[in-house]
Design a protein around this ligand. Structure first.
Ligand SMILES: [Zn+2]
Length: 115
């Protein structure tokens, strides 16, 4: 297990999580960790975005700083850094909007209406 180094206040940085997120899940190339960028920061959770230099796939990870440890949850995404930052700033989709969207998709000739 890689050594985790706390900052001067004894906290772990989201950059410590990059020791664990070190390979692209799509092509297996080793990430250049300087390509990782923070796009949202909250009290204990940080959202980071990494683009693979080899296959250009994008990866988004939520890094939780919990006391003296880190936890990460990640997913492959089609969002680039700017899109991820914009989408994060939007209000969450409400249940009523989901239901309305489902109804619209079910309408007759839906595909003709959107083209
Ligand atoms: Zn890759």
């Amino acid at each position: 297990m890689p050594l985790m180094i706390p900052d001067k206040k004894g906290r772990l940085s989201w950059r410590e999580a990059l020791k664990f997120i070190n390979k692209c899940p799509v092509c297996g190339s080793v990430y250049a960790t300087d390509r990782a960028r923070l796009f949202a920061e909250e009290e204990q959770a940080n959202l980071i975005h990494i683009s693979c230099a080899n296959c250009q796939s994008n990866f988004i990870a939520m890094v939780l700083v919990l006391g003296h440890g880190l936890s990460t949850i990640g997913m492959v995404s089609d969002l680039n850094y700017d899109d991820a930052k914009k989408m994060h700033a939007l209000a969450p989709i409400a249940i009523d909007e989901m239901i309305e969207g489902h109804k619209i998709i079910q309408e007759e000739k839906f595909l003709l209406k959107i083209t």
